[in-house]
Design a protein around this ligand. Sequence first.
Ligand code: NAP
Length: 527
Amino acid sequence: MTCEPVASETRLIVPLTQTDAAAMREAMVAAASAGADMVELRLDYLTDTGDEALRTLLTDPPCPVLATCRTTAEGGRSQGSDGERAEILARAAAMGAAWVDFELASMADAGALTGADRPAALIASTHDFDRRPADLEATLAQMESSPADVNKVAFAAAGPEDAWAAFDILRSSAKPAMALAMGEQGLASRVMARKFGAFGTFASLTRGCGSAPGQPTLDDLRTLYRWDSINAETTLFGVIGCPVGHSMSPAIHNASFAAAVSNAVYLPLRIEPGADNFNRFIDAVLQRPWSDVVGLSVTIPHKENALARVGAGNVDELARSIGAINTILVTGDPGQPLVGINTDYAAAIDALVDGMECTREDLDGREVAVLGAGGAARAIVAALAYYGAVTTVYNRTASRAEQLAAEFDGSGAGAGSVKAAGFDTMSGEFAEIIINCTPVGMHPNVDACPIPDDVHLEAPTVVFDTIYTPLTTRLLQRADDGGCITVSGVEMFINQAAAQFEFWTGEPAPRDVMREVVLRRLSGDKP
Ligand code: NAP
């Protein structure tokens, strides 16, 4: 047997799916120079699997090679019989492929690949592109008693909890293993493979050219998800939301953990709407304390579900009155496993008072106009009332403004007043402080402004736009032209990320790093 010894390091494996051997060879060289530890040659993609093509691929390969030839039923393109595919793999092994992957269900027909003097180390695999199989443990038991050297299961993830089920497989397999929850929701299984000592994880060379749903790129794994620093002690953080792919939080928090030399990784965790879906994931986390989840950010549509799950007694006073939290700490204490806070209101209020060079308490008695009555407005209005401001909520749908005003009028410690007014009643000098909590003026509608042109914005009015794309909205530009103090939504965004970091770690947040990442992302550059 010519197999390489099993390394303790989890390999970064780049699958190659070119249809022509020369192009696949070129991609192999590119993958090796980009840092791949191994390539997977998908021989089922090749239009020609003759000796000449295999020699092109396997003569002096630039990195170790895993060869596979998958059937259409297992997500591949080969129409060949089990025997024909085994024969192609046996030739690849004889020419230098150190590893071959063959389906568990076809193992009886793998011929020489399973013999005692087999030409390459053998991976037994199963794939389910529809769901997580109910009988994963039974499949694993079958793999354990097969002749294979490595076990591999891959299945479609319906939620991030399926990645935690993949961790179970990695932990219980006696042989080196790979357990991959496919799709966006299974990302954690790919990134955290290294924490659980997996044989390898798959990453594509460029975006969109992966061989299975949800494969990150090599570059994402290395530069965004801190692959090289992951080990058994790495703690896990993430942002729960739907959608969540656009979120800047992974870039901000991973850069912050790197700057703080913290052994932690932060991932996007897509959970479909619904309290049941949210709770299923939280259950999976709490049942597996060894997965070392420490902190979770929560965004739309799960902020209310998060408060319900964490429990009103385990969150701060303002979060309770807002009815939503965006930050969870997993404590490890069975008596109080989760605690939560709402960093949105504090982030907004602090952005405002920093811009005004005053304190939260100085908001007492100030006249504030809040435009909008949605989630952001709700957190801000609650905080304004708490600090004693005199607030008017202007909203397109008047009934929502009235509801919000009724709920928070005279509420909280400072008992500020809150009243409602129609969106079209804004005229003249209507407030000392104006806060836009609508998306009007947000990219791509950058010429829009929530305040009519005939309303003059002049010093000493303070104008805070919660929008951060673009950084300078038309509203802020008008306010600046009129000499007003202006506050950008980006300050609120950084404040909420910093407050989360500090809540989770007890350390000061690296705000400069956060700001740099946000500004770089907003200017179109990815870290
Ligand atoms: P939301 O819950 O959907 O509420 C949107 C609000 O905007 C509603 O009151 C809605 O009025 C109003 N609105 C929507 N389109 C409008 C239009 N064309 N004209 C007038 N009013 C309109 O959203 P949200 O979560 O509160 O977010 C609102 C904005 O806050 C976002 O666009 C975002 O830019 C900003 N935000 C910023 C941060 C940050 O960190 N900087 C964080 C969160 C949110 P109706 O009630 O009539 O529908």
